[in-house]
Design a protein around this ligand. Structure first.
Ligand code: NDP
Ligand code: 8X3
Length: 252
């Protein structure tokens, strides 16, 4: 049975991926900071599918916590077949001269450094096991840069570069690396971006049917269940009403 680690499994894309992998019968290692949410997701998947699940609550920005979490994996959980690097966020939406450096730190520390920290710990386990599959959640913001979003876009451009670099570095080790770059997905993402302003967050999705976390989870499931010799390097997924970061066809 395959074992998958999913970072950021307390909500949105990560939770939906955990539920889909749970239905496949995978053993799961779920991470996130909100331990109550993590336990609730764990219990819910366990009750539906009777999977073996480990819930590890830590802040992916804290390198020592990441190292301790992976070093502390029980015997029998140290062969990780799939790592979904999903934990991430946007914080703020303004011009650089008005941006909050604390928001920049949160985004860069989570989206870039956190992704590196966890990969640094899990990749050697995959190498020792003879291979694995890493799925990085990038964004259309990793290809395009939009007004007010420079720091978030920079962090996702970094995920794009890291995905390419990992694919090269891990080639000889049989580790596949895929990147998914979603457009508009209705999760807690916008509420987090607007520091809890739900009304402003909901307005992002006015007049369109956005993707759901499960829509992206469906794509992740497809990618990790393809025959071993096939790799999806990179895939961009949007709602049908969205063309790119700038053009959205909204109901008036
Ligand atoms: P959510 O806010 O719903 O989920 C984000 C997840 O990341 C949560 O489980 C959260 O857990 C976790 N997380 C955030 N910060 C940390 C941290 N410091 N340590 C550990 N875990 C953390 O948003 P999404 O599901 O939409 O986001 C998932 C990924 O998808 C992100 O990388 C995002 O950039 C990307 N994405 C999202 C898009 C969208 O439109 N929604 C579009 C393109 C990409 P907790 O708070 O419990 O720690
Ligand atoms: C999330 C999509 O357009 O808000 O990564 O950057 S966007």
């Amino acid at each position: 049975m395959r074992t998958a680690m999913i970072t950021g499994a307390t909500s949105g894309i990560g939770e939906a991926t955990a539920r889909r992998f749970g239905a496949l019968g995978y053993r799961l290692i779920l991470t996130g900071r909100r331990s109550h949410r993590l336990e609730a997701v764990k219990r819910s998947i366990e009750s539906e599918n009777h999977n073996e699940i480990l819930a590890l609550a830590f802040d992916i920005r804290e390198r020592s916590a990441v190292e301790a979490a992976v070093a502390g994996l029980p015997a029998g959980w140290r062969k990780i077949d799939i790592l979904v690097n999903n934990a991430g966020l946007a914080a703020g939406l303004e011009h650089i001269d008005q941006g909050d450096p604390d928001d920049w730190d949160r985004m860069i520390d989570t989206n870039v450094k956190g992704l590196l920290y966890i990969t640094r710990q899990v990749a050697p386990l995959m190498i020792a096991a003879g291979g694995g599959h890493i799925v990085n959640i990038g964004s259309i913001a990793g290809r395009e840069t939009y007004e007010n979003g420079a720091a978030y876009c920079a962090s996702k451009h970094a995920v794009n570069a890291l995905s390419q670099g990992m694919r090269i570095d891990f080639l000889r080790h049989g580790i596949k690396v895929s990147q998914i770059r979603p457009g508009m997905v209705n999760t807690e993402f916008s509420t987090v971006r607007f520091h809890g302003d739900k009304e402003r967050a909901d307005a992002v999705y006015d007049g369109v049917t956005p993707l759901t976390g499960d829509d992206i989870a469906r794509v992740i499931e497809w990618i990790v269940t393809l025959p071993p010799h096939i790799n999806i390097n990179d895939i961009e997924v949007m709602p049908d009403r969205q063309a790119d970061a700038f053009y959205t066809n909204r109901d008036r």
